[in-house]
Design a protein around this ligand. Structure first.
Ligand SMILES: Nc1ncnc2c1ncn2[C@@H]1O[C@H](COP(=O)(O)OP(=O)(O)OP(=O)(O)O)[C@@H](O)[C@H]1O
Ligand SMILES: [Mg+2]
Length: 284
């Protein structure tokens, strides 16, 4: 079995992250302007029976950038993430990760891709019978090649990064939703992915926890050069995090581009979405 090396920048930036200071710029992978985006959706279609969910959806994410996927309930936001993880196959179109076409990949080939792309599930998907510490250690033990002291060092840093130091020996069931999600992030990071997908990270958590989760995502981007895709209903959250926005509406990418262009858009569906957001908190 081959072991992935622990990247030196990864551990160094984790140290800096615990101190709350910025890591050296070298930790952030600067993409060349003409580099192939790390994620590409090109004319993707998917239907369930006669329910056409994505019809000709294209977007991309450059390395080190954060894309927020927005849109009303049922529009295909989670489906898009599941296609990227290979849990669903599109009916047609191309999905490329780091330049490689993944639509025809077998489950074994997808396992390789999932070393680079990981998803933070809404419920945290933690192992109930393992402590927070053991949950975060799990991916490190899985990948092998580390002695116990190294595992514990990295686990301590990750837990510090997400602010869960005081619950390391607790079981997931005793944690609040926000805490569970923070621990789930720490565990996702332990596998050293390059791309992290978040499905509604702020649903069911209070605004202070939401802010903290947003801080973590920002810090991962600045200090470790992570690429993120964040599905959210929360416009405040999106405004803080997004470099680019994909707005899905009736199966189409009604908007894909920089955040500023989305906020200024004259499209009536986007205006309605933004206006409604000012009055209600969907999903609560
Ligand atoms: N495995 C599946 N089988 C059949 N239909 C599915 C499946 N997964 C998703 N769908 C349908 O696809 C549509 C889009 O679902 P999706 O979960 O992506 O919505 P969403 O945009 O994430 O909505 P929400 O904001 O409520 O989470 C829905 O109509 C859903 O019922
Ligand atoms: Mg969803």
């Amino acid at each position: 079995m081959s072991h992935l090396p622990i990247k030196s920048d990864f551990t160094r930036a984790l140290d800096d992250g615990v101190d709350g200071t910025l890591a050296s710029a070298s930790a952030v992978a600067a993409a060349a302007p003409d580099a192939e985006p790390i994620i590409v959706f090109d004319r993707v279609f998917i239907a369930f029976d006669d329910n056409a969910v994505l019809e000709d959806v294209s977007f991309h994410v450059d390395r080190g950038q954060t894309l927020c996927i927005l849109g009303r309930s049922g529009v295909g936001k989670s489906v898009s993430l599941r296609i990227l993880m290979g849990f669903l196959k599109p009916d047609s179109g191309s999905v490329r990760v780091d330049g490689k076409e993944i639509t025809g990949y077998t489950e074994d080939e997808m396992q390789e891709v999932r070393k680079h792309i990981t998803m933070v599930f809404q419920n945290g998907a933690l192992f109930d019978s393992l402590s927070v510490r053991e949950n975060v250690a799990f991916p490190l033990r899985e990948r092998g090649g580390l002695d116990e002291e190294q595992v514990q060092q990295i686990v301590d840093r990750l837990i510090g990064l997400v602010g869960a130091d005081d619950v390391v020996d607790d079981l997931p069931a005793s944690l609040s939703t926000g805490r569970r999600r923070a621990v789930a992030m720490a565990r996702a990071l332990a596998s050293q992915p390059e791309v992290v997908l978040y499905d509604e990270p702020t649903t069911m958590v209070d605004p202070i926890i939401a802010r903290r989760l947003g801080d973590i995502i920002q810090r991962l981007k600045r200090q470790l050069g992570f690429t993120s895709i964040v599905v959210t209903h929360d416009m405040r959250f999106a405004k803080r995090l997004a470099d680019t926005v994909l707005f899905l509406h009736q199966g189409h990418a009604a908007y894909f581009g920089p955040l500023a262009g989305f906020l200024d858009s004259e499209d009536p569906h986007i205006r309605e979405f933004l206006t409604l957001d000012a009055y209600v908190l969907p999903g609560v």
